[in-house]
Design a protein around this ligand. Structure first.
Ligand code: NAP
Length: 462
């Protein structure tokens, strides 16, 4: 009877997860999506607590307490700009749990003297393979994104060949233990190789591509969970793992597409490895035209159509509230204000959506790249706040540029452009931006938050 209730609860949790994923696809329902997913997880965990195989509630309580103590600061205090590395760390923890379950189940079966079924060993093997690669791969990704390890690709001769050989050997070990389940040395060798492959697979990837790799590792963690589900006969793990695995994979592909990079190029191309390469393609030669808060505010106060273009710098200075306030002030004076969303502006997909939604910008004013690009021609002022690569015309005009082909916000079509940034810093890709020296562009130097604040005050008085 209890088993039936548990399975029904799992079914309900699966329904909540799928509904949540659907809701997460739109900014106006994303918050509800998160709540549904959290509820689904609570249902799944609660149902699992009634499972007959549970041996110690005390240890579960200890684990939950440790998890809560570690999870609270990760959730509450890590800034949005550090989200990719936080996610990488979460994947490392999740995959470590899967790997430990795999090793534990194998050791249990081995030590109990019972013969391990080949299907179980196959599931356990896949679990530790995917889990092991994800643990170390995610830790290296975390280190690179956090600046603990050098962000540039760490490459040596024959690296890709070595990775492929190591991966092939670990797959051979997997086949071996499926045929001879009691060969513990081969199982141990497989775990060691998986952990090593994780390190070697992520080291050659440059910092700019790391979020794509983090998404890919997300899908590996999902696959490890699927294998865990098969190994310990748990349906919800299989469902959740499959959802996680597939959504991570789709996200990784979507991000590569938005950056106009092929998947293999991200994984094996060592993007950003050659600074000289970027210098050659740095085309900007003219002078930037600085402006003052007073002049810029006057233009905004009398503009009929304004498009705000947020980027990574907005997130760094946490200026989303000031951006919305400035937008509201312009609208109060009769101007029409929209917010342009580039899919990879900032440091994670949906970064700008989240920030602006948090600041209370109405969802219908957040316009996706494809739609807003048509509107720039009729826009009086495009206000670029801490965006750089996602507005760089070189992506359309300079075939030699490393970002050539990346879809961009066509800010240069606007009648005039106002750029808010601290100085002459480059974007994430390290490429110069010709837009900043375009005669119709004025530069307002300073921290984005402070500049927006001052612009708001001046627009109010204009
Ligand atoms: P970006 O190219 O990284 O440029 C950000 C700009 O913000 C810099 O040029 C910087 O110039 C300025 N800035 C930094 N702090 C500031 C502050 N406090 N106030 C004002 N300005 C500030 O940003 P982006 O245009 O958003 O492009 C995102 C990049 O990340 C793309 O190359 C994208 O491919 C990459 N990426 C994104 C994702 C994703 O999922 N979103 C994933 C992987 C890679 P100053 O130093 O002069 O101020």
């Amino acid at each position: 009877m209890t088993e039936i209730v548990i399975q029904l609860a799992y079914l309900f949790a699966a329904f909540l997860f799928i509904t949540a994923l659907r809701a997460l696809g739109r900014p106006d329902s994303a918050r509800r999506g998160m709540q549904l997913a959290a509820l689904g997880m609570a249902v799944a965990v609660a149902a699992t607590l009634f499972h007959a195989r549970i041996v110690s509630y005390e240890w579960i309580a200890v684990g939950a307490a440790v998890g809560a103590v570690a999870g609270y600061p990760l959730g509450m205090w890590v800034p949005m700009t550090a989200m990719p590395q936080r996610i990488a760390l979460s994947h490392a923890f999740g995959a470590l749990a899967a790997t430990l379950v795999g090793v534990g189940e194998y050791a249990n079966g081995f030590l109990s003297g019972a013969t391990l079924a080949r299907t179980t060993v196959a599931a356990l093997g896949l679990e530790v393979l995917f889990g092991g690669v994800t643990v170390t791969g995610s830790l290296i990704a975390f280190g690179k994104l956090q600046g603990i390890l050098p962000g540039r690709p760490l490459i040596f001769r024959g690296q890709n060949a070595l990775n492929i050989v190591l991966l092939a050997v670990s797959c051979c070990c997997l086949v071996w233990v499926i045929v001879y389940p009691s060969h513990v040395q081969v199982f141990s060798a497989m775990v060691t190789l998986a952990v090593l492959v994780g390190v070697l697979f992520v080291l050659p990837v440059g910092g700019a591509d790391m979020p794509v790799v983090v998404s890919l590792l997300n899908s590996y963690a999902g696959l490890a969970a699927v294998a865990t589900g098969f190994a310990i006969d748990n349906n919800i793990l299989i469902i959740v793992g499959a959802l996680d695995g597939l959504s991570g994979f789709i996200l990784a592909i979507a991000m590569s597409k938005a950056m106009n990079r092929s998947f293999t190029n991200v994984l094996f191309g060592a993007f950003g490895s050659a600074d000289t390469n970027m210098a050659v393609t740095a085309a900007a030669g003219g002078e930037m035209t600085p402006t003052t808060v007073e002049d810029a505010a006057l233009r905004l106060a009398y503009a009929e159509r304004v498009i705000m273009v947020p980027g990574y710098g907005l997130a760094v200075s946490q200026a989303q509230h000031q951006m919305r306030e400035l937008g509201d002030l312009i609208e109060k004076r009769g101007g029409d204000v929209r917010y342009a969303i580039h899919p990879v502006a900032g440091r994670m997909p949906g970064h700008m959506n989240v920030l602006l939604a948090e600041a209370g910008v109405p969802y219908d004013k957040l316009i996706d790249m494809d739609e807003i690009n048509e509107r720039f021609v009729e826009t009086d002022v495009a206000v670029v706040v801490g965006a750089n690569d996602v507005i760089n015309p070189a992506a359309r005009t300079n075939p030699a540029s490393p970002i050539f082909g990346m879809p961009i916000l066509q800010v240069d079509d606007a009648k005039s452009v106002l750029v808010l940034k601290r100085g002459k810093g480059r974007g994430f890709s390290g490429v110069e931006n010709d837009l900043f020296v375009d005669p119709k562009t004025s530069m307002l130097f300073g921290d984005a938050r402070q500049s927006l604040l001052e612009l708001g005050l001046q627009v109010k008085e204009a």
